[in-house]
Design a protein around this ligand. Structure first.
Ligand code: ADP
Length: 648
């Protein structure tokens, strides 16, 4: 049992530790995943922004190049320089993309880089052609540039879309921003194509073919379609304010300002009216509008990046908090386990060991940890109390058994003694009666005179015989009572008569000592129901004691009165009294006070024991009051009526 509890506690604690570690490991894993995802989004958004910069740079560069190649005149050196700068910018952006090849979250740019390399190889020839007049330029160069640029832009678009698809489902805001960025991207691409077509028409200086007009209308339609989706989203309350501002700006710059310029230009072109602006002006005037559409994507990607950055910060913080919490929990759980083992299991084991030793018989063994103030201490103290109680009970039981054995053996020996005495007393009486009888005959010299000395001897023999007979009678009576064989013979007793008879019997001895023997009885009848012989014996024993233990010239008084349902008889004297330390045992058989050894030798120590036993047989009470050298008063209360007599 001891082992199983300890094991149980240990296993439960260990399980708790494991569970806690598991719970925290899950939360650490989740935090790690969030961090990883935020890092991935950050990377993807960075790549997309770089790709957007590439596209924008290529489109601006392309617009200028195409204008220069479509014009009849050679491009001025300023324009060529501008184109070179723009190309350098776009190539920087592509260099950034090249660096992302090693990015674990967003890689695979081979197609884009390959098409860009092709385009880059083509550029010196294009720039060279732009510095010449139209007639000297090689044919098909514009188409070749547009085809090469479109391959790059298409590859960028595909990659951008595929990157968006990998993150769109993770977070609603990120998904929405990427969608808007892609829509802006598409609108910008269509707007760019539209601008290019109109620019070509402006430079051609003739009425565009119906097919060309239709293409322009379609391109505008595509821009408007993409834009309507962005506008619809921008009306949602959760749409970020920065985006709302960007949308409002594009609405104004492109869809209001530029659209009116476009409408006027197409109108003039289709009606063959002279145009107020040239191809380069057209590109310059359209730049703010197109850039404002591009800014939609840029702003969306900026917002996505800053949002992802915040998410990354939170995820990073959660990750470290989770790790710290896990460590703390492991430490706490380990502390708990050690605490439980050290402060609970160990004391329980020690206490159980002590209890086992106690139950094995080592009652004095100490129960440890009783000085602790906690529950273990209370438990140890309770067990200690229990042990003490059990010990006390055991001692009491042992004492009880011993006293019972002693009592039983005492009762047995008492009974054996009483039976023995009863038999022996009877056997002694017969020869004693013969001794007394024959000694009396010899005393009275009935059969002739005895020599002087013999008369004295015979008197001594008679006296000794009488004393012995009295002793034997007392022993016999006492033994009979103790053996339960003494039976009362209750009759009406005239106490006055009994007192007179007993006083007469002790008178002679009192007179010898000059003791005044006084009777103090009330007037009238003094009768009650009792065993007459017992009453006489009680009174005689008390009177003879009083006379015996009173000095010459003393006083002995016998009194009687009815007290309630009792007859109270008292014999008092002003004799030698009984020492206080002996008083308690006076009245037990063979007990004598030792204050006068001469007097004690006269008695046997049975007189009062017999009185007590007889009073007890009557259902009465016995009391002795005495003071050394002052006197003694023995009081006896006998019931006026004996129960079985009254019933009869
Ligand atoms: P005993 O035969 O010795 O008188 P009792 O049983 O009558 O035996 O009395 C026991 C003892 O009690 C006596 O030995 C005596 O010491 C004491 N005793 C009894 N009655 C008196 C008394 N009236 N005055 C003084 N001592 C008494």
């Amino acid at each position: 049992m001891r082992n199983s509890l300890a094991k149980f506690l240990t296993i439960v604690t260990a399980l708790l530790v494991v569970m806690l570690i598991e719970v925290f490991a899950v939360s650490v894993k989740a935090a790690f995943d969030h961090r990883h995802e935020a890092q991935r989004i950050m990377s993807i958004v960075t790549v997309k922004r770089d790709m957007l910069i590439c596209e924008e740079a290529m489109r601006v560069e392309g617009a200028l190049l195409d204008t220069a190649l479509e014009e009849n005149d050679a491009a001025p050196p300023g324009t060529v320089d501008q184109i070179v700068r723009l190309h350098a910018r776009s190539q920087d952006a592509f260099a950034q993309i090249r660096q992302h090849q090693a990015n674990q979250f967003a890689n695979g740019y081979d197609e884009i880089l390959k098409h860009n390399a092709d385009y880059d190889r083509l550029l010196p020839a294009i720039l060279d052609a732009a510095t010449k007049i139209r007639a000297d330029r090689p044919k098909g160069l514009v188409e070749a540039r547009i085809a090469a640029a479109n391959l790059v832009l298409a590859a960028l678009g595909r990659k951008s879309d595929s990157l968006s698809r990998t993150v769109s489902s993770t977070d609603p805001l990120i998904g929405e921003m990427l969608r808007v960025a892609d829509l802006g991207w598409r609108a910008r691409a269509d707007a760019g194509s539209d601008r290019h077509a109109i620019m070509a028409a402006i430079l051609a200086k003739r009425v565009p073919a119906p097919q060309a007009l239709q293409d322009m209308a379609e391109m505008k339609g595509r821009v408007v379609t993409s834009w309507s989706l962005i506008s619809a989203d921008s009306r949602l309350p959760e749409f970020p304010p920065e985006m709302k501002a960007a949308v409002a700006r594009a609405n104004w710059l492109y869809f209001t300002d530029f659209m009116s310029l476009r409408a006027m230009t197409i109108d003039a072109l289709s009606q063959d009216k002279p145009l107020a602006i040239g191809g380069r002006d057209w590109v310059r005037l359209s730049d703010p509008g197109l850039n404002s559409i591009m800014a939609i994507s840029g702003t969306a990607l900026d917002l996505t990046a800053s949002y992802a950055e915040r998410q990354l910060d939170i995820a990073r913080r959660n990750f470290y908090i989770s790790i710290a919490s896990m460590m703390l929990c492991i430490a706490l759980a380990s502390f708990c386990a050690i605490y439980v083992i050290w402060r609970v299991i160990r004391p329980l084991r020690a206490i159980t060991g002590a209890i086992r030793a106690i139950s094995g018989g080592t009652f004095k063994g100490e129960i440890p940890f009783g000085d602790r103030a906690d529950e273990i201490g209370q438990f140890a103290r309770a067990l200690r109390m229990f042990r003490d109680g059990a010990l006390e009970r055991m001692q009491l039981e042992r004492a009880l058994v011993e006293s019972r054995v002693a009592q039983e053996s005492a009762e047995t020996s008492n009974r054996v003694k009483s039976e023995f005495l009863a038999n022996m007393s009877h056997e002694l009486r017969t020869p004693l009666n013969a001794i007394i009888g024959f000694s009396e005959i010899m005393q009275h010299q009935i059969h002739g005179n005895l020599p002087g000395r013999y008369v004295e001897y015979v008197a001594l023999i008679n006296e000794a015989g009488v004393h012995l007979l009295n002793l034997v009678s007392d022993i016999l009576d006492l033994a009979k009572i103790e053996a339960g064989k003494f039976e009362l013979d209750p009759r009406e007793v005239d106490l006055r008569e009994t007192v007179d008879g007993c006083v007469k019997l002790t008178q002679r001895r009192a007179e010898e000592k000059g003791i005044a023997l006084v009777k103090n009885l009330p007037e009238g009848h003094l009768t009650f129901t009792a065993d007459p012989r017992s009453c006489k014996q009680i009174l005689l024993n008390l009177l003879s004691n009083a006379v015996k233990f009173t000095r010459n010239g003393g006083r002995v008084e016998v009194a009687a009165s009815v007290q309630g349902g009792h007859m109270r008889i008292s014999v008092s004297d002003n004799g030698i009294g009984i020492p206080a330390d002996r008083l308690a045992c006076i009245g037990d058989a063979f007990e004598q006070s030792s204050n006068d050894p001469m007097l004690a030798r006269e008695g046997s120590g049975l007189g009062l024991a017999l009185v007590k036993a007889l009073v007890c047989q009557h259902g009465g009470k016995f009391r002795i009051d005495s003071q050394e050298n002052s006197g003694t008063c023995v009081t006896v209360d006998l019931p006026l009526v004996q129960p079985h007599r009254a019933a009869a």
